[in-house]
Design a protein around this ligand. Structure first.
Ligand code: ADP
Ligand code: MG
Length: 866
């Protein structure tokens, strides 16, 4: 045995490394006639491979630039006059030939609703479509070589078994007893509804049918609606009062990784009529189911699967070889797809919208799968093809990633209304042509000598002929045989007695009769011998029969066991199916939950984005504020720096003045000490000569007199014109907004003391401002008398310091009250501006006051004053 083929279908390419050849998907285009003569047409067949699309007038206006005429090319284009037979010749016949030669095929019709898909696939009375014609061709080719019913038996796992003659016979008997099916289907009355779908005249036949093979045809019919699979051939008890909705089926993968509909009914059919009748039964059921499910047939996909099982005859050419491994199963799937239009066109509403969505979804998945396949093949990529996304693509996955011939008839209605949908159909069809599918390989032939069936038949014919020659009617010997036998006896002598003395005739007769008797005896013996032999043969046969009956009994027992097992497995399958439904439902719910979460996520993201934007805005605002603050800070820093500088300068001047005052005092002190001996009084150059403020010092009234100072008592006479004051106010002084401003009438106001001013006056006052310990500005009026020096210069002798201070009325009032005695306070108020009074007040402050040493020094001066 060199055949390796397994009874599985279809095969995967991976298992056939020898098959490298690929063919593109064959795409054909069929244009149906317009519904009405006056309809606008948008399609023109320009050759037998090309069509041209013209955008309808209405569309050209609102579609700028996209109204150019587009051409689409296909393997072949069938115009409106094409007959069903012509289409079959080109499109389906090669697929049927492949089927008979153990190769798989897939044929689907694609197009918008009303474009002629069903017409092409099924046809109408008198004009049978591809389906009835395919069935007819199959049976025309194989009917002489068909196996008896139930010799091939589907194993429910997408495989095929061969039953022995006895089991097959038992199954047949069971079928006959259950259904009153007449034994000869060909003589049956055909349903008039589809009677002339199959015409006898156009019958065609496949070439090269192997006569030494036994064939059997099985058909299944399913509908895929809303991504659920329904078995249209399932025998169900239909309750007319409360019809149950049809149960959906699931897809399974067999041990060769081929997809199949689990538990799908496979009906063995023996003739075109029977097959088509089964199809029609499914068709009727589909109509009923569609009304139950409230669906239009244009929204569902229908799949008619023809399985051809074949196995070689045994060496005698008598029976099918009892070897499962020798069974070959090929299948042809005829698919009438749902209308390819978009949802809007179906005018679907409510729950129908969802259905339409799903239908479109499965066609979308088909489109996506084709796209990915094409990309993978053209670009060498290895993207995952999403077959599993819909039942239709999942079921036919093996055709695309395994092997088999795939053909598509694109149906188009040339009417202008369909233009946009047709455009999409054309694009998909063109793309599909670019996908390649592995070419199915030829099956190796089995090892037996060819011509077994013929030899067996010739032998059988010969046998009957011989039997007929030898045998005959059982009611007595046939005349010819009897005559022959009689002739083998010696003839009887004449028995007429000539006279009473005739003693010759009788003895001669007796002799002859004795001879005959002897022969008879011999014949009886022969007969008995033969009879005995026959008896023993019969007995042998009897015992044989008995043992066979026992065997049958045994097999029946086994069958029962198997039935039980089958039942268990069926229950298990039911359970699993329920579970899978449950899981599908759960998945649905999870999907919905996911959607809700995604919605939430989107809204949160949105919020996050808006918040981020706000943050951004606030950040930039902050930065602007910072910049502004920076500006303000640098401004005020500059201002304060200036202020500090100013204050430092003031302080410096003040210190210089103080220094000058101290110098003067020192000089005067020296003068006092050296009063008695003026000749010795040599003015000392103050050590601070080198001080860094010579300019200011020089401006001060001659700190370095050229001669010894005049006597202090040598005052300028008052009578000359009353007291005259030099009012020295440094420019650095702050203008205080207070009433306690020394206002000396007739005074010479100077910013810096100078010789000229001093020479004209006899009194000097310096208004000096400084910062008191409490932070307030206090003003000191340092007063002195101007003397002429001997050298002709001017010198000032300080006599008095008056302190003017501003205080916070609340904080200072108590302090004031405690330091001043009531009446004095008021008394002084009046004379505050009088310098002399102020000098005396300052004097009184001397004793016990905690003024600095400078003040004590002034006190001393005052005391010395006459
Ligand atoms: P689909 O299945 O694509 O929705 P149908 O096959 O039901 O479309 O066709 C719609 C109508 O058009 C039917 O009445 C059918 O008989 C008719 N029709 C379709 N194609 C042809 C054709 N090539 N020649 C004549 N009539 C056709
Ligand atoms: Mg249809």
């Amino acid at each position: 045995m060199i055949r390796q083929a397994k009874g599985k279908t279809p095969r995967r390419a991976a298992k056939k490394p020898s098959n490298n050849q690929k063919d593109p998907v064959g795409v054909y285009c069929r244009v149906r006639p317009l519904g009405a003569e006056d309809e606008e047409c948008c399609i023109e067949v320009i050759s037998n491979t090309t069509i041209q699309l013209h955008a309808p007038d209405g569309l050209k206006a609102n579609r700028n630039g996209e109204f150019k005429e587009t051409q689409y090319s296909f393997k072949k284009v069938f115009g409106i006059k094409t007959t069903q037979g012509e289409l079959f010749e080109d499109v389906a016949k090669p697929l049927v030939e492949d089927l008979i030669h153990c190769k798989n095929g897939l044929l689907f019709t694609y197009g918008v609703t009303g474009s002629g898909k069903t017409y092409t696939m099924t046809g109408s009375p008198g004009q049978g479509g591809l389906l009835p014609r395919s069935l007819d061709m199959i049976f025309n080719s194989i009917s002489p070589y068909q196996a008896k019913r139930y010799v091939f038996k589907p194993d429910d796992k997408n495989g095929m078994e061969v039953q022995n003659q006895v089991d097959a016979l038992l199954d047949r008997q069971k079928r006959d007893s259950q259904t009153a099916v007449p034994k000869t289907p060909t003589t049956r009355r055909i349903d008039p509804e589809f009677a002339d779908m199959i015409s006898q005249e156009e019958a065609c036949k496949a070439d090269g049918v192997d006569e030494d093979t036994s064939y059997s045809v099985f058909v299944s019919y399913i509908e895929i609606y809303n991504n659920y699979i329904y078995d249209l051939l399932e025998e169900t008890h239909i309750d007319p009062i409360k019809p149950k909705p049809p149960q959906s089926k699931i897809l399974r993968e067999d041990q060769n990784h081929n997809m199949y509909v689990a538990g799908c009914t496979e009906v063995e059919v023996k003739s075109t009529e029977e097959a088509f009748e089964v199809f029609w039964r499914g068709q009727k059921k589909r109509r009923i189911a569609n009304t139950q499910l409230n669906c239009e047939s244009s929204r569902s996909h229908s799949v008619f699967i023809i399985k051809l099982a074949q196995a070689p005859l045994d060496a005698d050419g008598d029976n099918v070889l009892q070897d499962k491994n020798q069974v070959n199963v090929s299948q042809l799937c005829l698919v009438d797809l749902a209308g390819s239009e978009r949802t809007s066109r179906t005018r679907a509403e409510g729950s129908r919208l969802r259905e339409a969505g799903n239908i479109n979804q499965s066609l979308m998945t088909l489109r996506t799968c084709i796209e990915v396949l094409r990309e993978n093949q053209m670009c060498g990529t290895n993207k995952m093809v999403p077959y599993r996304d819909s039942k239709v693509t999942h079921l036919f996955k093996n055709y695309f990633d395994g092997e088999g011939k795939v053909r598509m008839v694109v149906c188009v209605n040339p009417k202008a209304d369909d233009y946009e949908e047709t455009l999409l159909v054309m694009r998909f069809a063109e793309m599909t042509q670019e996908v390649e599918v592995a070419r199915p390989v030829d099956r190796p032939i089995c090892g037996f000598a060819a011509g077994r069936r013929q030899r067996n038949q010739a032998f059988k014919e010969e046998l009957t002929r011989r039997l007929e020659e030898r045998g005959g009617p059982l009611d007595g010997e046939s005349p010819t045989v009897l005559n022959q036998l009689l002739q083998s006896f010696p003839p009887l002598p004449p028995c007429e007695i000539s006279g009473p003395n005739d003693d010759v005739t009788l003895p001669r007769l007796i002799e002859a009769l004795e001879k005959r008797h002897k022969i008879r005896q011999m014949m009886i013996e022969e007969y008995n011998k033969t009879a005995n032999m026959l008896k023993s043969v019969l007995q042998e046969q009897d015992s044989n029969l008995l043992s066979k009956e026992n065997f049958i009994q045994e097999q029946r027992g086994k069958l029962g066991e198997k039935d039980k097992m089958l039942q268990n497995q069926k229950n298990e399958i039911d359970r699993l199916e329920k579970k899978s439904k449950m899981l599908e439902y759960k998945i649905d719910i999870l999907q919905k939950t996911t959607n809700i979460y995604e919605e939430d996520k989107r809204s949160l993201q949105h919020e996050l984005e808006s918040r981020e934007q706000r943050l951004q805005r606030e950040m930039s605002e902050k930065r602007r504020m910072e910049a502004r603050m920076q500006g303000i800070v640098t401004d005020s820093k500059l201002k304060w720096e200036k202020e500090c500088e100013r204050r430092v300068n003031a302080k410096q001047l003040e210190m210089q003045n103080k220094l000058w005052v101290k110098d003067e005092k020192l000089k005067q002190l020296k003068a006092i000490v050296t009063e008695g001996k003026p000749e010795n009084r040599q003015p000392q150059r103050p050590s601070r000569e080198k001080d860094k403020v010579p300019a200011k010092r020089s401006a001060s009234p001659s700190p370095v007199p050229t001669g010894p100072p005049v006597r202090p008592l040598h005052r300028r006479s008052h009578s000359a014109g009353g007291e005259r004051w030099v009012d020295h106010k440094p420019t650095t002084n702050v203008d205080l907004d207070t009433v306690l401003q020394p206002n000396i009438p007739n005074a010479i106001k100077v910013n810096a003391p100078n010789e000229k001013a001093l020479s004209k006056c006899d009194k000097y006052v310096l208004t000096h401002q400084e910062l008191a310990s409490d932070g307030e500005i206090q003003t000191k009026l340092i007063k002195g008398e101007v003397f002429k020096t001997r050298g002709g210069g001017q010198a000032v002798q300080f006599t008095d310091i008056e302190t003017l201070k501003q205080e916070n009325p609340l904080a200072a009032s108590r302090k004031r009250r405690s330091s001043e005695t009531g009446p004095d306070c008021e008394l002084n108020e009046r004379d505050w501006t009088d310098v002399e009074t102020r000098c005396s007040v300052a004097m009184e402050m001397r004793a016990g006051s905690n003024l600095g040493p400078g003040y004590q020094h002034h006190g001393y001066q005052k005391r010395r004053k006459p």
